[in-house]
Design a protein around this ligand. Structure first.
Ligand code: NDP
Length: 334
């Protein structure tokens, strides 16, 4: 049984990850927050026996095996490094850090300490994305020509805090959603984005950070990726399309935290609906992390996956800021 410490009294922990941990038999021993009242209220509401503001004591608590870090983005680095130094396994939220150098340092430190380090990229845990990846890998659409990612959503009122106002906390749609899209492209196509061009803007919610971005990426195979993220689109719906020489995969409603959506495969033979598993994305991700800590397989998205998704997002923001095409720098990753 995994004994967990939560670092961050966050919405994502409360709404998705705590339930996933408990469904898998995990025991959540403590929650650490920067604010004593919030820590206590979060612990009460979520039936967690201990609340603390002492992050150092939390991450080195002898009663826990792993931490889940879901604080705001600028805090991930120091918290992860402290947990790794204390010998704990780390499941860290995306983006892993504010800079590529920090993200690489976190992943290297975990390797050096012999602990499991994973990135909570939930989309690659979904039945829909895994089915699409399998269709591509089986050659069902031939050679992939392009991938279009539609991830322009409407940020709920409850999340309209640091995400839309605070660049210092890692706000902005690019660190928030483009990182996920980068992970999806890497996962589906099995290759690393090479160069990017991009535009970004604030279209109603962003104050000092972008709330919308569009970008185009090149891939080593020659495939092109088009990616759209936003916080301000109430009715756009999400989806992705993969177009190949022998067919297209059209998926609607699949860029979400829920196991929903539809997949159609269109080829010369016609259009067929493709079924997929409706398992919980977060249960899947946590389960693969827990298995990895026991030496069984790898996490759904490991640390280097988190480094790579951050690298793409940083390149997109730089391309949008400068108007100049960027070559994605993966740092000294892998
Ligand atoms: P929240 O804003 O809910 O929580 C982030 C931090 O903000 C908390 O750790 C807490 O700090 C602080 N906080 C929480 N409530 C309040 C409040 N009422 N007033 C002031 N501060 C508050 O963020 P999210 O849960 O949306 O995101 C947390 C992390 O998870 C981010 O890194 C994000 O990118 C990632 N994320 C990942 C998702 C995924 O599916 N993989 C989905 C959503 C988010 P403290 O801990 O110090 O109390």
């Amino acid at each position: 049984m995994m004994r967990w410490g939560l670092i961050g009294a966050s919405s994502i922990a409360e709404n998705h990850v705590i339930g996933a941990m408990r469904e898998l038999g995990g025991d959540i021993r403590l929650v650490a927050s920067s604010n004593p009242e919030r820590a206590a209220a979060f612990a009460r509401a979520n039936h967690i026996p201990r609340a603390t503001t002492d992050i150092g004591a939390a991450v080195s608590d002898a009663g826990i095996d792993a931490v889940y870090i879901s604080s705001t983005n600028e805090k991930h680095f120091a918290q992860a490094m402290a947990a790794i130094a204390a010998g704990k396994h780390v499941l860290c939220e995306k983006p892993l850090a504010m800079t590529l150098a920090e993200a690489v340092e976190m992943v290297r430190a975990a390797e050096g300490a012999g602990v499991t380090f994973a990135t909570n990229h939930h989309l690659r845990c979904s039945g829909s994305h895994r089915t699409i990846r399998d269709l591509i890998a089986a050659g069902r659409i031939g050679r992939v020509l392009s991938l279009r990612l539609f991830h322009a959503v409407h940020l709920p009122d409850s999340l309209r805090g640091w995400r839309i106002t605070d660049p210092g906390a890692g706000g902005g749609v690019i660190p928030d959603i483009t990182v996920h899209d980068a992970d999806v492209a890497r996962f589906l196509l099995g290759e690393e984005p090479q160069t990017v061009v991009a535009q970004m803007c604030a279209s109603g919610l962003g104050q000092g950070v972008e709330d919308s971005a569009m970008s185009v990426w090149t891939m080593p195979s020659g495939a092109m990726v088009m990616s759209h993220e936003s916080f301000t689109h109430p009715f756009a719906g999400s989806g992705l399309e993969v177009h190949g020489t022998e067919g297209s995969i059209l998926a609607t409603g699949v860029m979400t935290q829920q196991p929903v959506g539809e997949i159609a495969l269109v080829t010369a033979a016609g259009r067929v609906a493709v079924p997929f598993s409706d398992h919980n994305l977060y249960v899947q991700g946590v389960s693969e992390f827990v298995a990895a800590t026991a030496g069984n397989g790898r996490s759904a998205a490991n640390g280097w996956d988190g480094v790579a998704s951050l690298a793409v997002a940083l390149a997109v923001r730089e391309a949008a800021r400068t108007g100049v095409r960027q070559t994605v720098s993966y740092g000294a990753a892998e």
